[in-house]
Design a protein around this ligand. Sequence first.
Ligand code: SF4
Ligand code: SF4
Length: 319
Amino acid sequence: MKESDLTGKVYDIQGFSVQDGPGIRTTVFLKGCPLRCPWCHSPESQSFAAQLSWMAMRCIGVEKCGKCLTACTKGAITSGEITKSIGIGEAIKLIHVNRLLCDDCGDCARACHPGGLSMCGADYQVDDLLKQLCRDIPFYEQSGGGVTVSGGEALSQPEFTLKLLQGLKAQGVHTALDTTGFSDYKNIDAVLPYVDLFLYDLKHMDSEQHKKAIGVPNERILENAQKIAAAGGKLQIRIPVIPSFNDSEKNIKSTGKFCKSLGKAVTLVQILPYHNMGVAKYLRICDDPKVLEAEPPSEEKIQNLKKILECFALKVTVH
Ligand code: SF4
Ligand code: SF4
């Protein structure tokens, strides 16, 4: 296969992003993640395959349209309930997608022009994606921004991520890699020369708790952070604060101690308070979401955790 034929599965490209590293950035979100965080706010990123996404507010109703009913030859779409549409403000008959019959072929999404049905995940060739990303180089340069490669876990598509980062650096673009850290170190070692900043998640310092909630232990994640620091990489640590999981003072102290041990590699620690906006996204791709629904942490709690981290002489922000 020629290098230019290399494709990656991408589910979103967000321009003018200011949350994923310094300056104005474009963030590329890749499909597929080996972790299963119950609070994940991008559940559409977890599967490596393209998936049918159903957004009721964009549907104009079976009476006016109904094209998906005939487009689906698997019998997976039927007329559903009558409901007041948030999108068009009147009562319409929506569709129902039977996920057990659906094989994510995408025929209905191609027939649905209003965008109620769409496919989440598409193959991109590296060169095409690079051309698209490099169009905004003037914005990156003016703002001190660049491109962030995110996921899912971008290192789960290691060749594509490497070629993308190499191509961006060849154009002088600042690069950030948003990672769970759960990858073979050889994948990280390969991208290290092409990553200006790692946005690196630390979810829990206790490996058993980590495994119980997320499905994988944390040793590899911690070791990889240490190896990146030793190799001269820069880390912006991200701590999602999840109620009754990792928000104890004990865990945050332990996290602060670990960040401190990484020395000058850590440029910033970001606290990301839990929010429950992911729930609606789960319902777009499945009927029975396994998702954490909890009260977001109070401002007082977050400020207390911030103070604890600052005791380790770390620069800390709340996202
Ligand atoms: S993706 Fe394919 S199988 Fe699934 S509902 Fe649409 S047309 Fe039917
Ligand atoms: S094709 Fe789209 S807009 Fe038309 S009924 Fe189906 S989901 Fe609704």
